[in-house]
Write a protein that binds this ligand. Structure first.
Ligand SMILES: Cc1ncc(COP(=O)(O)O)c(C=O)c1O
Length: 433
């Protein structure tokens, strides 16, 4: 079996089989890897119980939502549409938290109220949101969660840091007194205090987040029975990166929550909201080499593939690196960035979009740097790893009118299942008048 890396349960030949059946570009998800991550998240060490909520923005495919919630994870939704999509996938409202910048109005407001009545937990993210939900929550004796902006954050890049002063997620600490005064006047209770400091940052800062949030709960929130530390557990997509150690972080949280209990007599349940951790490294983008070019002496070699920023825009958005695997038309793994073998072909993987930045090799500062791989032939596959999170759900997929790529889930028993069809060109224009 020629596996792409130590954590992939799909071998190179099976990727070729999937390509032959469904074409490229396509997203392929490793169901066994997702299952393993769901189990690990739910068994993260804790003091008085844990709920793990899957941050569905990472990947909202309904089959994945069903699989992940079947393991016992709850859902973190970032918009009313996401919450509705979870319900459409069969998730009950009482398994969903809504943490959103959006303030639903009109018909959407009625939908939101209906979902809250059926158990959705509303996470107040601003003073305005609190005032707008106040009457309804008081009339319906609805318990609320509050997202606190702690003033300190961490992320893979500045744009992924949601806790710093240039980011406006949650009720800032400087507004907490006003929020509490309003809530007290309305008889509202915050039974959960929540924060999310950002995605992909230094795990040490996630540890700091635990202390900070417990301090905030102790000072301001006497009714809280649960603390949510949010998502943001760092994943190692590339060799050499270090992932967050959730055993160690959980152990630390358990210790600190136990100390909090010893001090206050309050037993806090803990929540986490992993998106990346659950799906990122379980996703692979299958692309086919359609051209090879160079920019001459002193220039670069380019491998042009039929899926770039329209299937994975993380390089353009954050300068993120994703590993490349080259698989021949015979299904042989020619190179993997995880195998440590020396590779002689330094190339830039370019997409097919009419955009000079459409490359998977772009850094956060805009520099495009070649990476070593086996030299592929036209028709070979270049598989891009680490694309399970924030790729299918976040890429500008209809740019240049390229149809959205299909998604295939390789089940734990090894059986590949189409879980989203390739979009038809007609579907792109269907709403145009
Ligand atoms: C409130 C909240 N929870 C959870 C997450 C998931 O983060 P990650 O995918 O880094 O785990 C995010 C990501 O933006 C978020 O905003």
């Amino acid at each position: 079996m020629s596996r792409l890396n130590g954590f992939c349960n799909i071998d190179a030949k099976q990727f070729l089989d999937i390509y032959e059946e469904y074409g490229a570009p396509a997203y392929v998800y490793d169901g066994a890897a997702i299952a393993e991550r769901c189990r690990a998240a739910l068994s993260m060490p804790n003091a008085f119980g844990i709920d793990a909520r899957y941050a569905m923005k990472a990947n909202s495919n309904r089959t994945l939502l069903r699989e992940i919630t079947r393991f016992g994870l709850l859902i973190d939704a970032s918009s009313l549409s996401e919450a509705r999509r979870a319900v459409m996938a069969g998730v009950d409202c009482d398994k969903i938290i809504l943490t959103s910048q959006e303030i639903p109005e009109g018909g959407d407001r009625e939908v939101l109220e209906g979902m809250i009545r059926r158990g959705l937990l509303y996470n107040v993210c601003s003073l305005r949101q609190l005032r707008l939900i106040g009457d309804f929550a008081a009339d319906n004796a609805t318990e609320l969660s509050i997202r606190v902006h702690p003033g300190v954050g961490a992320g893979e890049t500045a744009s992924r840091n949601t806790g710093d002063h240039y980011s406006c997620f949650g009720v800032h600490l400087s507004d907490i007194d006003e929020a509490l005064e309003y809530a007290g006047g309305m008889g509202l209770k915050f039974t959960q205090v929540h924060t999310h400091i950002g995605s992909g940052g230094d795990p040490e800062l996630w540890r700091g987040n635990i202390d900070r949030l417990l301090g905030i709960v102790g000072t301001y929130f006497p009714d809280a029975v649960s603390v949510s530390f949010g998502g943001g557990l760092k994943e190692a997509r590339m060799p050499g990166e270090t992932a967050a150690d959730i055993e160690s972080l959980g152990g630390y949280a358990a210790e600190r929550i136990s100390e909090f209990y010893a001090r206050t007599g309050r037993k806090l349940k803990m929540e986490i909201e992993p998106g990346t951790y659950i799906v990122a490294n379980a996703g692979y983008a299958l692309t086919r080499v359609i051209d090879k070019k160079s920019t001459g002496a002193g220039g670069f070699k380019f491998v042009v593939v039929n899926g770039g920023m329209e299937i994975n825009a993380r390089p353009q958005l954050y300068g993120s690196h994703h590993p490349f695997y080259v698989v021949s038309r015979a299904g042989e793994l020619l190179s993997s960035e995880f195998d440590g073998d020396e590779k002689t072909y330094d190339a830039i993987v370019a997409g097919r979009c009419c955009e000079s930045g459409d490359t998977q090799n772009i850094d956060a500062d805009g520099a495009i740097t070649p990476r070593a791989m086996a030299e592929p032939e036209i028709g070979d596959l270049v598989i891009i790893g680490g694309v399970g999170a924030y790729c299918s759900s976040m890429a500008p997929f209809n740019y240049n009118s390229y149809p959205q790529a299909p998604e295939i889930l390789v089940r734990e028993n090894g059986h590949p299942q189409l879980i989203r069809k390739r979009q038809e060109l007609e579907q792109i224009v269907v709403n145009e008048l």
